[in-house]
Design a protein around this ligand. Structure first.
Ligand SMILES: [Zn+2]
Length: 371
């Protein structure tokens, strides 16, 4: 686990340093040619590169802080700090975007002569290529080590390559037709920067609020557990993430009612160890039992059929009929997605009582936490 962490940390930091270096160089070159040619578009391009350098610096700081080991006060570790640094980056990007918008707006109404040289052209072309390569590199590493901050920087760098292409076009147009589009190109750049900033804020907020875990992961975990001997079903998988590489969760398994405590103990131990080794997730396993005799299984099938005839229920599990106590207990998962207005009032207990009046029902309503 620690081995994975430090490898990931090293990769993110190395990639971010390359980002800082490239962006500072681009900022200097563009600032010089922007001032020399009196072009607000090129100057804004420089501002944009500077904000990228800053965001890479913040990514480095965030990764360093996030890798701090867990301690008594913060037993879940510091992984979530990465989301906070991602928001700080977003704020910087937004600020750069808004100030760029204002200066471009002013430039449209305060016309000034812009003069480009062939060196301007060459530097902008080199910048496009550099940003394009940098963007792909960030995305590649970001995907491999699952870093939101790197992925965001990668998307940003690719955007910047596009922005510089727009600047290049405006230079070509101004040379051929003697029309200055400088202020308008600046406005486009500013809007692109603002849009990127807003998206980064939304993405980080979603991470902090807690999102539905990745369906491929949750399905694969359930599938693995269902394949164990003696497991009738796996449900209620909950995963809480404390940063990109630290997850804690719980799952409930169904076993036959005659399974002994000893068998259950060994089974849950094996599952926990397996899930930790394969996914690096600390999973708590809860137990449900299901009936084994034919008479109660027939009732169980009937109850499943009645419950599942309502659209608002996605799933029924943990169904157990205790004949000796005349008790029927089960969990139903309620569909969060669709608006089931016409069914909201359905009282499933009342419906079942009509047919099984001599039984008491104990029903739990589960939230649809994972796929
Ligand atoms: Zn349940």
């Amino acid at each position: 686990m620690n081995q994975i962490m430090s490898q990931r940390e090293k990769q993110i930091i190395k990639t971010s340093f390359i980002g800082v270096g490239t962006n500072i160089l681009l900022t200097i070159f563009k600032a010089v040619i922007g001032i020399a040619s009196n072009s607000v578009a090129i100057l804004l391009d420089a501002v944009n590169n500077l904000s990228d350098a800053l965001s890479s610096v913040l990514t480095i700081i965030g990764t360093k802080l996030a890798s701090k080991p867990a301690n008594k006060k913060h037993p879940y570790g510091y992984g979530r700090i990465e989301y906070i640094t991602a928001i700080s980056v977003a704020v910087i990007v937004l600020t750069a975007g808004i100030s760029s918008f204002i200066s471009s707006w002013k430039r449209i109404f305060d016309f000034q002569k812009v003069s480009y040289s062939s060196i301007t052209m060459i530097i902008v072309v080199v910048a496009v290529i550099a940003k394009f390569i940098l963007g792909n590199y960030f995305k590649k590493v970001g995907e491999r080590v699952n870093s939101k901050a790197l992925l965001a920087s990668g998307a940003d760098a690719s955007f910047d390559a596009l922005i510089s292409i727009t600047t290049l076009l405006s230079i070509i147009i101004s040379i051929i037709w003697k029309v200055t589009l400088d202020g308008y190109i600046g406005l486009i750049i500013a809007m692109v920067i603002i849009k990127a900033g807003i998206e980064m804020v939304i993405e980080s907020f979603n991470e902090i609020l807690g999102q539905r875990p990745d369906g491929t992961l949750t399905k694969s975990i359930k599938e693995d557990i269902r394949n164990y001997d003696g497991i009738k079903g796996a449900y209620d998988l909950i995963l809480n993430s404390y940063g990109p590489v630290n997850m804690i969760g719980s799952i409930h398994i169904e076993v036959d009612e005659n399974t002994s405590a000893k068998q259950i103990y060994i089974l849950t131990r094996r599952i926990q160890t397996y899930i930790m080794e394969k996914y690096g997730i600390f999973l708590t396993v809860g137990i449900y039992i299901v009936n084994s005799d034919e008479k109660t299984l027939a009732i169980a099938d009937d109850i499943k059929k009645i419950v599942m005839s309502y659209n608002k229920f996605l799933e029924i599990h943990a169904l157990y009929i205790a004949e000796d106590r005349k008790l029927i207990t089960f969990d139903v998962v309620i569909d969060l997605s669709a608006d089931k207005e016409e069914e909201k009032s359905v009282d499933i207990e009342k419906e079942l009582q009509k047919k099984y009046s001599d039984y008491t029902f104990l029903i739990r309503y589960d939230t649809d936490f994972s796929d």
